[in-house]
Design a protein around this ligand. Structure first.
Ligand SMILES: Nc1nc2c(c(=O)[nH]1)N[C@H]1C(S)=C(S)[C@@H](COP(=O)(O)OP(=O)(O)OC[C@H]3O[C@@H](n4cnc5c(N)ncnc54)[C@H](O)[C@@H]3O)O[C@H]1N2
Ligand code: MOO
Ligand code: MG
Length: 412
């Protein structure tokens, strides 16, 4: 057995993240119907192809008038105007409004030429083709001028932006029946370990059901990518090598869990000794997940996360998620931390920075966090309660209740 398992060069988390991001390639774009684009990332810039509004628009139901005709109008003195026509929203006025005239008009309709104000219906009385107005109007009142909301040519959306409600409204306004978004990266997920059972299997002595593949698949899905759950792999290097190679061409990256530590059966370590790929790192200054390893094989990243559920969860957040974000044009591949206060002592100091599964609470504009539960790397059950990772710097002390801490939210 070579000494490789024990001779590892330590890298800091930030260094390791940069090493990963150097291999991130922007996904190709694909055209999807607007209604199917929600949550995807835009792959083209969007600018206003016309002003909004593109016609002088009435903001109320009432009468389009010359403001100058209303100078003598007041609550106890009405001015009488001749009504020319009725303009519903969606119809063009058929004639100018001349002095002494008014056009009945609806909210959202095009204001006729000549008119420079719209008086609300409630401030008028009408009979036959006459309307009496009881308010002095100023020029421009209740009319939205062309381009007031958006000028023609105005840049509105940049590539990489996630499409949500406001973006959908913009795209629809400018006629994007289809929109270019970045293709979703496809991620093959392999769990390794001869102790693992498929989820549908009966429990057996010394065996456990594979939970990591499903946890990782959910994280991949949340990151906007496509998870492909592959069959469980036994601790046999040839089989692992073949299974990864078989899928490598069809995916954008591979995530494995398990087999990265110093055990005799730690199969990813064996793979890294025998393959023709490039190992980027195999030891990171972090807890949990210090044996997390990442390599490049035929131009694709292989994220070899620790088997311990807590460690693979953290490994995904720190390395796989930034890679996926970068591949989909996210302006900040690595999520920035927010600042908050830890509510309880966390006395487990460590030589490496710790990323503790945490729960956030917002009190009076302040973010307070506490650990989500037992934080050991081997613990699966506390992951369900975590909505962030609490960063505890390296050093013997840990953190005391009330300390200000960096917090990495888990969801975008
Ligand atoms: N002598 C040493 N032993 C260990 C060290 C060390 O430095 N020296 N590091 C420990 C640390 S830290 C971690 S983390 C783990 C890393 O283990 P591996 O990545 O090699 O993972 P496995 O050995 O395959 O499994 C660890 C643990 O996780 C369970 N597991 C694995 N896959 C799954 C899955 N898909 N679903 C649920 N649970 C899974 C597995 O059964 C083991 O219990 O090594 C420590 N040991
Ligand atoms: O890498 Mo292990 O998860 O630190 O316990
Ligand atoms: Mg192991």
């Amino acid at each position: 057995m070579s000494g490789f398992r024990f001779q590892r060069k330590l890298v800091q988390v930030e260094e390791a993240q940069q090493a990963v991001l150097r291999y991130a390639r922007l996904q190709a774009a694909e055209r999807v119907p607007l209604a199917e684009s929600f949550g995807r990332r835009l792959a083209e810039p969007v600018a206003a192809s016309h002003p909004v509004p593109h016609f002088r628009r009435s903001g109320v139901d009432g009468y389009a008038v010359y403001a100058a005709d209303s100078v003598d109008a007041s609550p106890d003195r009405s001015v009488s105007l001749q009504v020319t026509e009725m303009i519903p929203a969606g119809s063009m006025p058929s004639q100018r409004v001349e002095r002494g005239q008014a056009a009945r008009i609806m909210t959202g309709a095009a204001v006729p030429d000549g008119a420079d104000a719209v008086i609300m219906l409630e401030m008028t009385e009408s009979s036959d083709d006459e309307v009496r107005i009881r308010k002095r109007m100023s020029a421009g009142e209740n009319i939205t001028p062309i381009g007031q909301e958006v000028l023609e040519g105005e840049p509105l959306l940049q590539p990489g932006r996630t499409l949500g409600a406001g973006e959908a409204a913009v795209l629809a306004t400018f006629g994007y029946e289809h929109v270019n978004v970045y293709r979703k990266p496809r991620v093959a997920i392999f769990s390794t370990g001869s102790e693992l059972l498929e989820v549908g299997s009966q429990l057996q002595p010394s065996k456990i059901r594979n939970s990591n593949s499903y946890m990782i698949a959910s994280l991949v899905h949340n990151a906007g990518a496509v998870p492909l759950i592959m069959p469980i792999l036994p601790d046999e290097p040839e089989q692992v090598e073949q299974a990864l190679l078989d899928v490598l061409e069809e995916v954008d990256c591979i995530v494995t869990t398990g087999g990265v530590s110093v055990g005799d059966k730690d199969v990813l370590v064996d793979l890294f000794e025998r393959w023709d790929g490039l190992l980027l790192f195999n030891k990171v200054a972090m807890r949990p997940g210090s044996p997390t390893s990442v390599g490049v094989w035929r131009d694709k990243l292989i994220f070899a996360l620790s088997g311990n559920p807590g460690a693979s969860f953290v490994g995904f957040q720190l390395f796989v998620r930034p890679f996926l974000r970068s591949a989909m044009g996210h302006p900040r591949a690595i999520a920035s931390p927010i600042s908050g206060f830890i509510g309880t002592d966390y006395s487990k100091g460590s030589a490496y920075p710790r990323y503790v599964r945490g729960v956030m609470k917002f009190d009076n504009g302040q973010v307070n966090v506490k650990p989500a539960g037992e934080d050991k790397s081997s613990i699966m059950v506390s992951i369900k309660d975590a909505d962030c990772l609490i960063y505890i710097p390296a050093g013997g002390r840990g953190a005391a209740a009330g300390d200000q801490v960096r917090i990495f939210p888990i969801n975008d």
